[in-house]
Design a binder for this molecule. Structure first.
Ligand code: C2E
Ligand code: CA
Ligand code: CA
Length: 715
């Protein structure tokens, strides 16, 4: 780096700084003032000489003159310094120090024989040192002490009293009254001074006390020396002559500079705290900014959140500018989150959304509605949305949307990963599918719930169905306790003689608002949201309550079947709950058959096998329901402890016309029998099939042919 560059890099580099004369003067001002003051003192001392007798002038040596000049200069300097602080800091109380300086300068002049023309020219005796300067010094000392020390009220009052006495002396001096003559003044002065000394000692550790104590000490020392010299106890010489002035000048300097320093420190501290306040303000501003950001973005994706999206949509008048809101539901996000772990899944999601963001910008261009400057908003980690203006005159297809759907249909590739988030798109048009942002958003949300297609446009009838389903789920518990639900029983008969062996309990619901609601309309959702367990226990309990009536009607040999869901099998201690219910009603688990569908067993075979084992051990009989509707082999299902096999009614469809179907049914029946299971054929509706089934003597049947589900003691 060359020197020029260096000087740029560090403008304070020594030798390269040209001092500004104004700065230089400012820096050295105190010393310049001191030098000027001493020069002034010298001038005064020289000027004094002619006023005095010629002899005295002769006796004064050059050294003496210089000393006087120095003392006077020092006093003037102390006075100026003090006045500067008084004015700069606007502390008039400190001006008492200036009064002290003036009094001391006066006393010095008096002692140098110059007093006669200063105050009372016609009464030279009044200019005596003790008559004017000493009371003034006492007043000044008493008055400025409270400005330096933290005094209580009594001390301040006493000081005021001394000050008042000093004032009285000052006023009475010209009249030379005996009673308040110089002796009393000396006593007052000594007492006042002693009191100040005591106060000073007392507060020596106070901030100002550190400066006040030595200052008072120096002043007291000077005053004592001069007093002793006046009484004649000390020899008269240059030092004893000017001891008071010197002490006072030094004291004033110590005090003034001390106060100055303390005030500078105070100012620095204040500047420091100003700085802190500024920093705190900046910090607060930053926090507010971050909070704002936090309030507007999604925690994981960093994309604008739902309120921001709604705000952006609310700002559009959809009557003038029709738009489409598109909700992307990543159906596999939760599954992938479980498989890959939260961090990896979230990182991948961010990557995916970043790519999607650019795809949207590229495909939709100007039509894209900016959401806080972004193309996409995140509702939650699985649901994301974007919106774009629609051309009301355009045809049904939208090439941009096709391109986006195409991109979404492809596998997502990132590093070693290549998979699909299974995105399902739900579209809602504003203003047709909702006037406000919230309605449009829920319309698009409804549309995205359609699993059958990758892209679905909002359909009010589908939405009504979904809405109804959600409403039903909210009402299930209430309906169970309010008597809106009951069980109907459908017989299972022996094909050979039509005798009823058992009855299947099927739940029925008469909803206050929607009327009769079939189980298919709400049971799958109840399973999904984890509500089915309550239903199952209620059904078992109701079956126990109905059991006596059923026995009275259909015979003592009958047993009752109830349907169990896959979720029940996963419920820890389910066998105990179930057995507990039967026991509470004085019944035994042997009276009941639990029907479990093939798909329920196969969703988590291990757990199912364990729970079924325990239920079986408790005494319940187990039926495999809807066999054939799923895809599992009977071989696998045979590993479960089963008692009954219910062949799905789909097997019977057109069975008389299809010999192949007949063969399949035959094999299924043979397999069931070889595994020692009671085989039940479901959905027998007409006589021809019932007659055809007679060829399988051990078989059981269930269907409208033998009877529909009925209430226990009625039709
Ligand atoms: P599922 O267990 O297969 O019950 C038999 C269903 O077939 C019943 O419908 C019954 O009314 C009907 N059905 C009976 N005979 C015939 C017939 O000859 N032809 C035709 N086409 N259908 C017939 P439902 O009562 O509507 O029940 C439907 C499904 O709801 C049941 O199928 C079962 O999976 C479930 N479900 C019913 N009640 C309960 C319950 O209490 N708990 C649980 N978890 N599920 C239940
Ligand atoms: Ca069943
Ligand atoms: Ca069935």
């Amino acid at each position: 780096m060359d020197s020029q560059a260096q000087s740029h890099a560090n403008p304070r580099a020594p030798g390269l700084v040209l001092r500004d004369p104004a700065t230089w003067l400012k820096q050295w001002r105190p010393l310049i003032v001191l030098a000027a003051s001493i020069a002034y003192g010298l001038a005064v001392s020289l000027w004094l000489a002619p006023v005095n007798t010629a002899d005295e002038v002769v006796t004064r040596g050059a050294a003496d003159l210089a000393w006087k000049a120095f003392i006077t200069g020092l006093l003037v300097f102390a006075l100026l310094l003090n006045l500067r602080i008084v004015f700069r800091l606007r502390r008039p109380g400190l001006a008492w120090l200036s009064v002290l300086m003036v009094a001391v300068i006066h006393s010095q002049l008096v002692m140098d024989g110059l007093g006669s023309w200063l105050l009372w020219p016609r009464h030279p005796e009044l200019n005596a040192l003790l008559g004017i300067s000493l009371p003034l010094c006492l007043i000044a000392l008493c008055e400025f002490t409270p400005h330096f020390l933290p005094l209580g009220k009594p001390s301040i009052r006493l000081l005021r009293a001394f000050s008042l006495l000093g004032g009285l002396h000052l006023l009475a001096a010209p009249f030379a009254i005996e009673l308040i003559g110089q002796d009393t003044l000396v006593v007052t002065g000594v007492l006042g001074g002693a009191f100040i000394c005591v106060l000073t000692f007392w507060h020596r550790h106070h901030n100002h006390g550190r400066y006040f104590a030595p200052s008072i000490l120096v002043i007291a020392l000077g005053a004592t020396t001069t007093s002793l010299r006046l009484i004649g106890w000390l020899p008269a010489n240059t030092l004893t002559d000017s001891a008071f002035s010197l002490g006072a000048a030094l004291g004033a300097l110590i005090l003034t500079s001390g106060v100055d320093r303390l005030l500078v420190q105070e100012r620095r501290r204040r500047a420091g705290s100003d700085n802190r306040v500024r920093q705190e303000r900046q910090l607060r501003a930053r926090i507010e900014q971050e909070y704002d950001h936090l309030m507007k973005t999604h925690r994981v994706t960093g994309k604008p959140n739902r309120p921001v999206l709604e705000e952006a949509l609310e700002a559009i008048n959809s009557n003038l500018s029709p738009y489409t809101l598109c909700l992307i539901r990543l159906a596999r996000f939760n599954e992938l989150e479980q498989a890959l772990g939260y961090h990896t899944a979230e990182d991948l999601l961010k990557q995916y959304l970043r790519q999607l963001n650019s795809v949207l910008k590229r495909c939709l261009g100007d039509r894209l509605i900016a959401i806080n400057g972004q193309a996409l908003a995140t509702l939650d980690t699985s649901n994301h949305a974007f919106a774009f203006y629609r051309d009301p005159n355009a045809g049904p297809g939208d090439p941009a949307l096709d391109a986006i759907t195409d991109w979404l249909g492809r596998n997502f590739r990132e590093g070693r990963f290549s998979f699909s988030w299974a995105p399902a798109l739900g579209l809602a048009h504003a203003p047709e599918h909702g006037k406000d942002a919230t309605t449009i958003l829920s319309s698009a949300g409804f549309a995205s719930l359609d699993d059958t297609r990758p892209l679905s446009v909002y359909d009010p009838s589908v939405a009504r169905r979904l809405y109804r389903q959600q409403m039903l789920i909210l009402d299930v518990e209430e309906a169970l306790s309010a008597g809106e639900m009951w069980l109907e029983y459908q017989p299972k008969v022996s094909i050979r003689d039509g005798r009823i062996d058992s009855l299947e309990g099927l739940i029925r619901w008469h909803h206050g608002e929607f009327g009769r609601v079939a189980p298919d309309q709400w049971i799958p959702l109840a399973e999904k949201v984890g509500m089915i367990h309550t239903v199952t226990l209620w059904v078992l309990d109701r079956a126990c309550r109905d059991f006596a009536a059923l026995r009275d009607r259909f015979g003592r040999h009958i047993s009752v079947s109830v349907n169990i869901s896959a979720k029940d099998l996963a419920q820890p201690g389910f066998h105990r709950f179930a057995a507990g219910i039967t026991q509470r009603h004085g019944l035994s688990p042997e009276n009941f058959i639990l029907e479990i569908t093939e798909t329920a067993m196969m969703s988590d075979p291990e757990t199912a096998r364990k729970t079924i084992g325990m239920l079986s051990a408790t005494g319940f009989r187990i039926a495999l329901d809807d066999f054939g509707a799923g895809h599992s082999s009977l071989g696998t299902l045979a590993t479960f402890e089963l008692d009954e096999l219910k062949i799905d009614r789909s097997f019977l469809k057109n069975i008389l016309h299809y010999p192949k179907r007949q063969r399949i049914l035959r094999v299924a029946l043979e397999l069931g029998e070889s595994l020692d299971l009671d085989v039940v054929v479901e959905g027998v509706e007409d006589e021809t099939i019932a007659i055809w089934l007679q060829q399988f003597p051990g078989l059981h049947g269930q269907g409208y042919y033998w009877g529909p589900p009925v209430i226990p003691n009625g039709r």
